[in-house]
Ligand binder design. Sequence first.
Ligand SMILES: Cc1cc2nc3c(=O)[nH]c(=O)nc-3n(C[C@H](O)[C@H](O)[C@H](O)COP(=O)(O)OP(=O)(O)OC[C@H]3O[C@@H](n4cnc5c(N)ncnc54)[C@H](O)[C@@H]3O)c2cc1C
Length: 435
Amino acid sequence: MPSVIVVGGGLAGLSATAALAEAGFAVDLYEARGFLGGRATSYPLSPADENSEVIDNCQHVLLRCCVNLLDFYGRLGVRDRVRFSGDFYFVEPGGRVSTLRRGRLPAPLHFSGSFLGLRFLNAADKLAIARGLLAIRREHSRRRDLDRISMLEWLREKRQTPGAIDRFWRQVLVSAVNEELDRMAAAHGFQVFWVGFLARSDSYEMGVPAVPLADLYSAEVWRPFPRVSIHLRCPVESVDGSGGVKLMDGAARRADFYIVCVPPERLAAVAPGLEIDTSWVEHSPITGIHLWLDRPITALPHATLLDRTVQWMFNKSGGRYVQLVISASRALNSMPKGDVIAMALRELAEFFPTAREARLERSHVVKELRATFSALPGLEPLRPGPVTKAGNVFLAGDWTRSGWPATMEGAVRSGYIAAEAVSRAAGKPEKLLIK
Ligand SMILES: Cc1cc2nc3c(=O)[nH]c(=O)nc-3n(C[C@H](O)[C@H](O)[C@H](O)COP(=O)(O)OP(=O)(O)OC[C@H]3O[C@@H](n4cnc5c(N)ncnc54)[C@H](O)[C@@H]3O)c2cc1C
């Protein structure tokens, strides 16, 4: 049985591990931290208290078009722990709610009815958006410069109105790609709208895990994988195709193949011999704000909030515990956490009138400064593939060439792509990636 060592227990490493184990490989996974999931994880709010509430580092969502992520959840038997919703609620300051949901018509006309009813866009905005969506449909497979221009350049080329740009394109894309429109390659914006909104009528449905993220990859879900050994709190010091893996405690481990799934800023330290260029990587931050209030402030399960700093609200517990998300949150990087909370409460009161009287019981702010790489134009050719100059060392991670921006789906795609490369090198090729 060929053996594989996977370094890094984020979604890239976990998905490669599950897929290779099912294909008959013996897999040892080494993770530096005491839990799995990397950037998509959860942890106790007060680690010293064994009854502490467990929170996600930040709300993570997926769309139904994340087919590889769903396939991976299926391998782990946790697919039913994700709840899908077909309703997108847009809330304006003042509290007016508009809902985008599919109707009876087939794709790409499935949104026609609810789209026409969106009250936060005027007729000129809607006309512009309809033209823009038709242009995406026409150009997505033909146009060759989409990785070289920004989404904002493309939107201006298509004469989108300010209202359409600010309240529709920006509102959807900044959260989906974690970057501003003027810094985002148009290719990523196209992909979100083509794969997520136009290609199939159900692909836009939003999935929210019903359990803390770390429960999706807990020890229990790995029990049916006898060929997998997971080593937590085992940071790898170095990986070298001929010398194997050296752990921080000095121990050495060997396998037939290695997959390095660490973030780009860790790669040069862990695998210097691979000489992979990561100098192109710039990071884009995400801020998650957890607020526990003394009364319910909304009955909506989730909502995207227009025209303010906070972009998304997720209702975690009857409207009393809400998680707020701000993508591409550079403006908050140096803001004291107390000021971030005050801003969030001020904005919530504009969207949800009950929040004006609500008393804050607890709060927690997570600023992930290196949430994802910045999806700038011109990067696609620089993202490395799975194969490295060391023939038996492979690479995965959301920043590698997965065909997707840095997302959970992108990470799983990269894990499957690396696992396919390992299986080819072992002479038993597997087809894992769902295109
Ligand atoms: C705040 C936030 C919100 C996000 N929201 C969403 C969302 O809503 N939807 C979405 O699709 N995506 C979202 N993302 C992006 C998504 O979380 C990432 O793209 C994905 O989880 C990256 O997975 P990965 O395996 O490539 O990397 P990572 O998750 O970074 O995994 C790398 C792992 O390697 C480990 N490691 C590092 N060095 C070593 C070493 N020397 N030895 C052993 N292990 C090591 C790390 O501890 C880590 O566990 C969000 C990210 C953040 C930060």
